[in-house]
Design a protein around this ligand. Structure first.
Ligand code: HSE
Length: 308
């Protein structure tokens, strides 16, 4: 393919936070949350210049090593060539390293920005949403945050020999997720390193059944969420890396509130009944935020458009 032509104007995307696993659906299930990063990018004559406001400011690289720029470059390579330079402005709201999908959001944003900047990309049948999901998941390592970030709503993702796939389901109306975000960060590699090589068959069977029930509970009958979010495959094994979060999950569940570790942690996701008050669970070291489900997922939005 010849070098693509590029838009002369900036493009902007909005990408949501996500919560993966949702208890039993390890590496498969995910929910998009209406807490969004907004990123604007434009082609420049030379060099890569990144500015960051909000989460990650002062911590992430401001050049081609930035994860979002790496994703842009991967997408431009897929399209046949990179522009001479880029300017990228990130307005970040998704907390970093808390199990809320900030790296998936950066990767999805980068790919969508590159696709929007390349004039011919819209007609490139090889770079549809399924291809974006595959490329983003191959960069991230797992599709369970990438899928809800890209598609919105509630997603079931899986990986086959040809890469990642996902289906999107509509979450039940009235679902009001809340996240408890700890001040302490977590590392996905560390949390994965705590998982055993083998698990008892009875635990695997319990999780398979609960995951199936969770699909029904999240889409049709949230009254089943407390049972449907039971997990025996990862959360307790990870307790040594996130004791306060596990203690909060137990406290919420003991009070009848469906609660799980969000992704690889250490944030906690709660799915209370409509109108149920969670302020009594506010704990030292956690910032509680009530959020809507992001039903649309990642979107290219007009530059200087309304932000939320
Ligand atoms: N499912 C992953 C884990 C996190 O729990 O390690 C997100 O990819």
């Amino acid at each position: 393919m010849a070098d693509p032509a590029y838009q002369s104007h900036p493009v902007r995307v909005r990408v949501p936070a996500t919560s993966a696993n949702l208890g039993p659906g390890f590496d498969a299930l995910g929910l998009a949350l209406d807490l969004c990063d907004e990123i604007e990018a434009a082609v420049a004559p030379a060099g890569v210049q990144v500015t960051v406001e909000g989460a990650g400011a002062g911590e992430v690289p401001l050049d081609e090593d930035h994860l979002l720029v790496r994703a842009m470059h991967a997408a431009f390579d897929h399209l046949g060539g990179r522009p001479p330079g880029l300017t990228v402005r990130c307005r970040n709201r998704i907390p970093h390293a808390r199990g809320l999908g900030s790296s998936s959001a950066a990767i999805v944003a980068g790919i969508l920005l590159a696709r929007a900047l390349a004039v011919e990309a819209a007609s490139d049948a090889d770079f549809d949403v399924a291809a974006v999901l595959r490329l983003a998941s191959s960069m991230e390592g797992h599709p369970d945050n990438v899928a809800p970030c890209l598609l919105g709503g509630f997603t079931i993702a899986w990986t086959s020999e040809d890469g990642a796939h996902a289906v999107r389901l509509e979450p039940a109306p009235g679902l009001r997720p809340a996240v408890f975000v700890p001040s302490r960060r977590g590392l996905t590699e560390e949390a994965r390193g705590l998982l055993p090589e083998r698990v008892p068959h009875a635990d695997a069977a319990a999780n398979a059944g609960r995951s199936a029930l969770l699909v029904h509970a999240l889409t049709s009958d949230p009254s089943l969420l407390l049972t449907a979010t039971e997990d025996r495959l990862h959360q307790d094994y990870r307790a040594p890396a996130m004791e306060p979060s596990i203690a909060l999950v137990r406290r919420l569940r003991a009070a009848g509130v469906p609660a799980v570790i969000s992704g690889a942690g250490p944030s906690v996701l709660a799915l209370p009944r409509p109108g149920e008050e969670l302020t009594g669970f506010a704990s030292a070291g956690f910032d509680m935020r009530e959020l809507a489900v992001s039903r649309d997922g990642a979107a290219v939005v007009p530059p200087h458009g309304e932000s939320r």
